[in-house]
Write a protein that binds this ligand. Structure first.
Ligand code: SAH
Length: 348
């Protein structure tokens, strides 16, 4: 079975031609897709066309499985895919709108020491339509396009998985999501976070997509980075910074660096000073995230005071920095936590 949501308007039009249907049917199908309707519930196409579609495509590629409501307004979603796999996402309410965090893979093979998503390795890549469907179903859940204020305004590729390890599907997803005939979310409102797959950062820079690039650095030197992120054995901090600079040179867009503060590992004043040195020479911003502690992991978070001290050092050295407010802590906000819980319960 295939995923209908993988198809762009042009591809849907080709499909209609193959089925011997009129071209305008493609737009009618897309209108249903935008509302996250299963094929069986399309009301504006013939029964015959529905049957042809259902013979090739999943009725729906993904459904909401669980919704957890956090005290701070954050909502965590678990989705069930057509093949039974579970993935997850988080919806965050900010002053400027609703941001949905989407997963790009089922699990992850990057092996970062602090992250829950990678505990069981990678199950498989998500298709572009499966990534898109996370946005579609939550958008519909919030009242869809009828109430624009409640619909999703921003999307971050910061859920489970490494987006640049599923490159083609992720790029197609960004095109589908930003298409005028789709949800029409501007690439400027889409952020992609990577652990630093250098060749694909350069490839991304040349896609001519004005998205926000975020790099998960988490350590200012190779020795420390290798302790917490296996990808650091493949690409050095210098290679990552060079790639970020090139990304800026090509796109004109500043690069954001994420730095999860872990007690006694990467949060010393020396680390701050070393990090500040890396941030010079091109427009950057550092997002400090007090580590969201993961049950299965030993790493501990830092106090608010320590995070502020770290931020102050960066600031005094001319680095643009914010401490990200930790949200959704009561509902397992960090990557992979909810999915792991559901999988565990299924095993029992
Ligand atoms: N694979 C991509 C995107 C997914 S993770 C990446 O590495 O960037 C999104 C961000 O959350 C990354 O910066 C990641 O390092 C961070 N993260 C993962 N687990 C975390 C935790 N327990 N606490 C704080 N940040 C975490």
């Amino acid at each position: 079975m295939k995923v209908l949501q993988d198809l762009s308007l042009t591809e849907l039009q080709d499909l209609m031609q193959k089925f011997g249907e009129q071209k305008f049917r493609a737009k009618q199908i897309l209108d249903n897709i935008n509302l996250a309707k299963p094929i069986s519930e399309y009301s504006n196409i013939s029964k015959e066309l529905k049957e042809k579609l259902l013979a090739e495509f999943y009725d729906t590629p993904l459904k909401i499985h669980t919704v957890l409501q956090g005290k701070d307004g954050t909502q965590k979603f678990a989705y069930e895919l057509a093949d039974g796999n579970i993935i997850e996402g988080v919806l965050m309410n900010y002053k400027y709108g609703n941001t949905l965090c989407v997963s790009t893979q089922i699990g992850c093979r990057m092996g970062c020491k602090f992250c829950a998503s990678t505990l069981n390795g990678l199950a498989r890549n998500l298709t572009s339509g499966e990534i898109l469907s996370q946005v579609l179903v939550v958008n519909a859940y919030l009242g869809g396009k009828k109430d624009r204020n409640r619909a999703i305004t921003n999307v971050v590729l910061m859920g489970s998985g490494e987006p640049l390890d599923n490159y083609d599907n992720v790029i197609k997803f960004i095109h589908l999501l930003s298409a005028p005939e789709g949800l029409n979310i501007s690439p400027r409102n889409i952020s992609l976070s990577t652990c630093g797959i250098v060749p694909n950062i350069i490839k991304l820079a040349n896609e001519n997509l004005p998205i926000v690039l975020t790099i998960s650095l988490h350590a200012p030197n190779d020795t420390l980075r290798r302790e917490i992120m296996p990808i650091a054995n493949k690409y050095s901090v210098k290679q990552i910074i060079d790639a970020a600079r090139e990304y800026f040179n090509i796109t004109g867009r500043r690069v954001i660096f994420e730095y999860a503060l872990t007690d006694n590992v990467n949060s010393t004043p020396e680390c701050a000073r070393e990090l500040a040195k890396l941030m010079h020479g091109f427009p950057t911003h550092v997002n400090l995230i007090p580590l969201n502690e993961v049950e299965e992991r030993e790493l501990k978070t830092v106090t608010r005071k320590k995070a502020e001290q770290f931020a102050n050092i960066l600031e005094s050295l001319g680095v643009s920095v914010t401490i990200r407010r930790t949200i959704g802590e009561d509902i397992g906000g960090a990557c992979g936590q909810l999915r792991n819980k559901i999988i565990k319960n299924q095993e029992v």
